[in-house]
Structure formats: C-alpha cells, structure tokens
Write a protein of this length. Structure first.
Length: 437
C-alpha cells in the first residue's frame, strides 16, 4: 500500500488492529455457540465477552513478538488473548483450524471493503449523472478509430459511462455476495471436531453465509471472481480516464481536468496544463487489474489446502481494494470538476466541411433510386475533396454542384441532410433507458 494513493477509511480495514479484532469476534462467537451447546462452559464465553466489553487495545507489537517465536500468527494471537483473559481462554479454538479464522476474517474484510467501494461508486454515478444531464444536448463529434464519424452529444458520452459503472455496481454486489462466506469446519473441512451449527451461528453473527463445502480453506474461485470484478471496474475507470485525456489534447481541447489556482503543469514549460489525474488513473487501473491473475492462480491448491495463496492475498487484498477506492474517489472528482467547452466542440464539428453528414446523403440517394454502390461513389468522391482540403471546401457546396447528385435529389433535399439536430432526436429515449433504471 502506498500512502499517496490511500484513504484512511479503506486502509483501516487492512490494519493489524482490525484483523485481530475480527479474529477475536470469530473465536468469541464460536466459543459462545459451543457454550450454548454445552461443549464448553458458559464461563468461557463470558470471560471472553467481559474482556471485550472493556474495549481493550490490541497490542500488535506484543502479538508480533510472540509470533517471532511461534512462527504461527494464529497461535501467537491466541496466546496473547489467553494472557489477557486468563484460564478460561483455553476453551477458545475448540475443534477449529487456523484457516477457519483466516479465511472467515478475509471474507469480513473484503465485505467491509466492498461496502466502501459501493459507496464510492454511488458517488461517482451521481457525479456522472449530473454532468450528463447538464450536457444532454451539447453537440460534439463522435469518433471511431480516432477519426470524425457522426455527431453525438457530450451527455450521451457520459450516459454511456453511467451505464457501464451501473453494471459494475451490480457486478460488485454479486462479487460481495460471492466472497461473503464463513468456514468454521475444522481440519480438512469435515466438521469432525466441531458441529456445523457452530459455523452457522458464527456466519449469522458476522453477516456472512455458510460455505457449503470447504476443504479446510474456502475455495479460491470465489476470490478469483472478486478480484476479476475489481479489475473490470478498474478497466472502466481507465476507459473514461482515457476519453478525458484524448479530449484534453491541444488539437482537440473539448474538455479538460480542472486546473486549480497556483497549480503548475511543468517544471520547464509554464504554459502546460497536463491531464495528470486521468493519466494517474490509467496507471492505477493497471495495478488493480494486476491482482486478477494471481487471484486466479490461487484457485489451484494442493489437495485440501496449502498456503501458496496466503502470501498473494496479503498483497492483493489491501493493494487492490485500497487502490480502487482511491481511483474511484479521484475519478469522481475529475468528473465533478471537469471543464467542458461546448464552443470548441462545435468548432471541431464544423472543421471538416460537413463530412459528418455523409451517411445521410448516402441514404437519401439510395432512397431516391440510386444503387448503393453508385450512391457511395458519388458521396465519397465529393467527400475526399473536402478531406484533402482539410475542411476548406464544403461538402454541401460540392454536392449541390454535382450534376449526378442533383439529378437524384433536389437542393432542399440535399440541404435537409445537413441538419445537426436530426442526430439527436432519440437522445431522450437513450437517457430514459439509462437513467430510469
């Protein structure tokens, strides 16, 4: 985790104090369930909860010092708790194995992280929706292959981003449910020394579902799906960030990141206003996606378990969620403060001499009885003259001077095909589809 790209709410989830507190709750709830079944004394559960009620401070260095000797993190934790609670602590961890604690804890941490990420996405969706409505009818040029295609609106560009992140929100909800499982099944997952009802109780207390069948560990296909979803969200962040970066290029300059008073763009060139935030988001997206492949490789463990997944998850759990949290927050700020230039958009629309209306003329010619091949030839030969003049010539003027075109279409029919508003007649329909959901 790099502090520069971390928010305290998310980093707190991965701090040792939070991890150990979750471990304690797992152990205490399990002990309570065992006590309720008469397996251990009620005094054991009471001793744990009485100590917990004092709001104890987790002494991470002390636990680490014990682990330095035991070389086992869960044993070190149990030893430290026993030192605090006393003799009754010996009834903790009855019939359990370390993975019961570790895997269930990771499930809690990932659900906590998911809740923050979902809140981030709600904020982002709100910002995108507001700006989309603001520019619902702002004309701009649509580009395919980076080349002028046909007119669209800037609001539609943002509506597309909204729909994509709404899908990502649904994916994250599903991934949260997939990862939120509890395993308290003992060595190799057979419940030989602990009743399945204990697992059900702990799961209920922690807001998790029961893992149907664990093999001492929770199956890692769940985690693979989770981190894959984070990678998809990161890719959507990069998609929108890349669009902003392209629009901010000097030759385009239809939108740009907010440039605050006193901000400097370059140590050498005082005129520079660089898209540093969206470039940063592009890089952060790569980091988040980088967690997906190791998570998938963690699926194949030896037999009922090994720990090859453990070291991987100590990295990717915090790094992917912390980085994605930061990226979503940053993208929300970019969208919220994005500087948008409708006049420049109109100027770019007009700079190629009306070429953006070529399809409408093509269709009109075919509807007037000209074969598609001939219609394409007629429009293209005039369009190429405009293209080669870099927009100095007008497609409308060239078509009106082309006898083969005017033999098929009247002057008014040709002029009607250069109406910009024609392209926006279904904008409201698209907005209704996107935002009514």
């Amino acid at each position: 985790m790099v502090p520069r790209y971390a928010h305290p709410d998310m980093t707190a989830i991965w701090e040792p104090e939070n991890r150990f507190r979750i471990w304690f709750l797992i152990e205490a709830h399990a002990t309570q369930a065992l006590a309720d079944k008469g397996v251990v004394p009620q005094s054991a559960a009471k001793a744990l909860w009485d100590w917990w009620a004092t709001e104890p401070q987790i002494d991470v260095p002390a636990i680490d010092a014990i682990e330095a000797v035991t070389k086992h993190d869960v044993i070190a934790f149990l030893t430290w708790v026993a030192e605090q609670v006393g003799d009754q602590a010996r009834f903790m961890h009855q019939g359990m194995t370390s993975s019961d604690v570790l895997d269930t804890c990771l499930a809690v941490q990932l659900t906590q992280a998911s809740d923050l990420l979902l809140a981030d996405m709600d904020n982002l969706l709100g910002a995108i929706k507001r700006r989309a409505e603001e520019h619902r009818y702002t004309p701009t040029i649509g580009r395919s292959h980076g080349i002028h295609a046909e007119p669209t609106t800037f609001g539609l560009k943002l509506a597309q981003a909204y729909a994509e992140f709404a899908r990502n929100r649904d994916r994250l909800i599903a991934a949260r449910a997939e990862i939120a499982t509890c395993s308290i099944s003992g060595a190799v997952g057979t419940f030989a020394n602990i009743d399945p009802q204990i697992e059900e109780y702990v799961a209920d207390q922690l807001g998790l579902s029961v893992e149907p069948v664990s093999t001492q560990v929770i199956p890692r296909d769940r985690h693979a799906q989770y981190f894959a979803v984070l990678g998809v969200i990161a890719s959507s962040i990069e998609r929108l960030a890349t669009e902003v970066r392209h629009l901010q290029r000097t030759e385009v300059l239809e939108a740009e990141e907010y440039f605050s008073p006193g901000q400097k763009g370059s140590s050498a060139m005082p005129h520079k206003r660089n898209p540093i935030l969206t470039e940063n988001l592009t890089g952060l997206a790569r980091v988040v996606r980088g967690a997906a492949v190791p998570a998938m490789e963690n699926v194949a463990l030896w037999h009922e378990r090994d720990i090859s997944h453990s070291s991987v998850e100590r990295f990717i759990g915090p790094d992917a969620t912390i980085t994605l949290d930061f990226a979503l927050r940053r993208l929300t700020g970019v969208v919220d403060k994005l500087l948008i230039y409708p006049e420049r958009m109109q100027k770019n629309l007009d700079r190629m001499g009306g070429l953006v209306h070529s399809q409408r003329v093509l269709l009109a010619l075919t509807q007037a009885g000209v074969s598609r091949e001939d219609a394409y030839r007629l429009v293209q030969r005039n369009a190429m003259k405009v293209w080669e003049s870099d927009g100095a010539l007008s497609l409308l003027d060239l078509l009106l001077a082309d006898e083969e075109v005017t033999n098929a279409l009247s002057e008014q029919e040709i002029r009607d095909r250069f109406n910009l508003d024609y392209h926006f007649k279904h904008v409201d329909t698209i907005f209704e589809r996107v935002f009514s959901a």
